[in-house]
Design a protein around this ligand. Structure first.
Ligand SMILES: *[C@@H]1O[C@H](CO)[C@@H](O)[C@H](O)[C@H]1NC(C)=O
Ligand SMILES: *[C@@H]1O[C@H](CO)[C@@H](O)[C@H](O)[C@H]1NC(C)=O
Ligand SMILES: *[C@@H]1O[C@H](CO)[C@@H](O)[C@H](O)[C@H]1NC(C)=O
Ligand SMILES: *[C@@H]1O[C@H](CO)[C@@H](O)[C@H](O)[C@H]1NC(C)=O
Length: 416
């Protein structure tokens, strides 16, 4: 059995295995068997700016905004680099960049490495106006105009709602604050909701370009033993049976469940991190420790079920209510409508970076994504392949600056 720290790290690292969790047990009442509660984790009550940004000498502003369905989200803005006025844009107004994290973590996940190594601070130092988004249900986004996060109604959403409510709200907010079109950077689930949202034309007037790291769109080739076990064990219409609930990865039931998965043949729980995300080449163990103290974060069980459907069905579609009549009621069709990635405007500048060791964003699934972009304007699509990178390297790799972030910055500058 793996030590608890490793287990929680595994949960943190975007594990899709939770999609088979029994939702009535993961109801979120039990707390605290995962992670430690000291240092940065405790001071996190002060907010992300105070905990991880201003301590390094950067300006950082906390913002709150409301989605159309009433969720109150929190964002951080790093408006400039450490040397104020540092500008790469030749005296023009700084361009806003919106950074969107993946599942089971929040915006803090970008800020774990040193200022010279983490994406938001590097962007700020290079003259960008940096905005860090946080998804509904995460630590600082457990608020709603009328719903209580302790109640199931609060957790009645999947990534469909992130596509149609969260992303539009943060784009509108940043656009309104800055008056400028926005560069988007998403990791993992942040790529899925970006791709889906842009394919529906939601951000047509506020989006300038998009960078997708470890793209998650098609998921049918996920090739870890654990992932396969998870997908196979997926029982289908569990939300109909159990209703909606918070999935709290720090809960005791989640921990017990994760451990039980380790008994499946072929699942190697002595190296859960690799088992789940692939062999990350370039993580700093101090960073990983800090990460464990601060993450993972809750999500909706319904969201995990929706992701499981994406694995199972091999298409990018809206949430499947599991019965034709339910779908008919909701969508006017017996099957949930698909998100057609080919509908992303062909002249939208896109940067995609994927890794050869990434177990979640499998190379074959990335190929399917690239196929759906095959009519994209050739000079608007930049694709990067990093042989040694796995899922977490893109956000926390000690050399991600050299391998990935510099290329993103160059890509953004090419759009000016
Ligand atoms: C969840 O939302 C659906 C409609 O989208 C509604 O039919 C259902 O009653 C809601 N469930 C809860 C527990 O709020
Ligand atoms: C944009 O900002 C103005 C002024 O601060 C405010 O009145 C307006 O409601 C905002 N609009 C949106 C969509 O946030
Ligand atoms: C790893 O992180 C620690 C603590 O932040 C830092 O002192 C050290 O320089 C880092 N190592 C590398 C190789 O980046
Ligand atoms: C997706 O959209 C493209 C055009 O943008 C169209 O050719 C294709 O048939 C659509 N695919 C589906 C499954 O609707």
């Amino acid at each position: 059995m793996a030590p608890p720290g490793l287990l929680s790290l595994a949960v943190l690292c975007f594990c899709l295995l939770v999609l088979v969790v029994e939702p009535h047990r993961a109801y979120g009442k039990s707390r605290g068997s995962f992670g430690r509660n000291n240092g940065a984790a405790t001071s996190a009550v002060n907010g992300i700016c105070a905990t991880l940004v201003t301590i390094h000498g950067y300006k950082c502003l906390e913002h709150e905004l409301k989605t159309q369905d009433g969720y109150i989200l929190n964002m951080q803005r790093i408006p400039e680099g450490r040397v104020s006025g540092s500008s790469s844009t030749g005296g023009n107004k700084k361009q806003p960049v919106l950074i969107q994290h993946g599942i089971l973590v929040d915006g803090m996940t970008w800020l774990m490495n040193s200022p010279e190594q983490n994406l938001p601070m590097i962007l700020a130092d290079k003259g960008f106006d940096v905005w860090i988004a946080n998804t509904r249900g995460t630590r600082f986004c457990r608020k709603h105009v009328s719903l209580d996060p302790g109640r199931p109604e609060f957790w009645n959403w999947s990534w469909d709602e992130l596509v149609s409510y969260d992303l539009p709200a943060v784009f509108d907010f940043v656009f309104n604050q800055t008056g400028q079109k926005i560069h988007y950077i998403g990791h993992s689930q942040g790529t899925l909701i970006g791709l889906a949202s842009f394919s529906e034309g939601h951000q047509a007037h506020t989006l300038k370009s998009a960078a997708f790291l470890s793209p998650i769109a098609y998921l049918s080739h996920m090739n870890t033993a654990l992932g396969v076990v998870a997908a196979k064990a997926f029982v289908g219409e569990i939300t109909i049976l159990f209703g909606v609930a918070e999935f709290n990865p720090k809960g005791q039931q989640a921990s017990i469940f994760l451990k039980s998965l380790c008994n499946y043949p072929g699942v190697d729980c002595y190296d859960l991190l690799s088992e789940l995300t692939g062999k990350n080449c370039c993580l700093n163990s101090s960073t990983v420790d800090l990460c464990i103290e601060n993450e993972p974060q809750s999500t909706a069980t319904k969201n995990l079920v929706h992701l499981a459907q994406t694995v199972r069905d091999g298409v990018i579609a809206k949430y499947n209510y599991g019965r034709p009549d339910y779908n008919l009621m909701r969508y006017g069709e017996a099957k949930p409508p698909i998100y057609n990635i080919s509908n992303i405007p062909r002249d939208l500048p896109i940067f995609i970076s994927y890794g050869g060791q990434d177990a979640l964003s499998d190379v074959r699934d990335v190929q399917l994504l690239l196929d759906s972009l095959k009519f994209h304007d050739v000079d608007k699509l930049m694709i990067q392949y990093i042989k040694d990178y796995a899922h977490a390297d893109f956000i926390m790799g000690i050399n991600a600056n050299d391998f990935v972030y510099n290329q993103i910055i160059q890509f953004f500058k090419n759009q000016q």
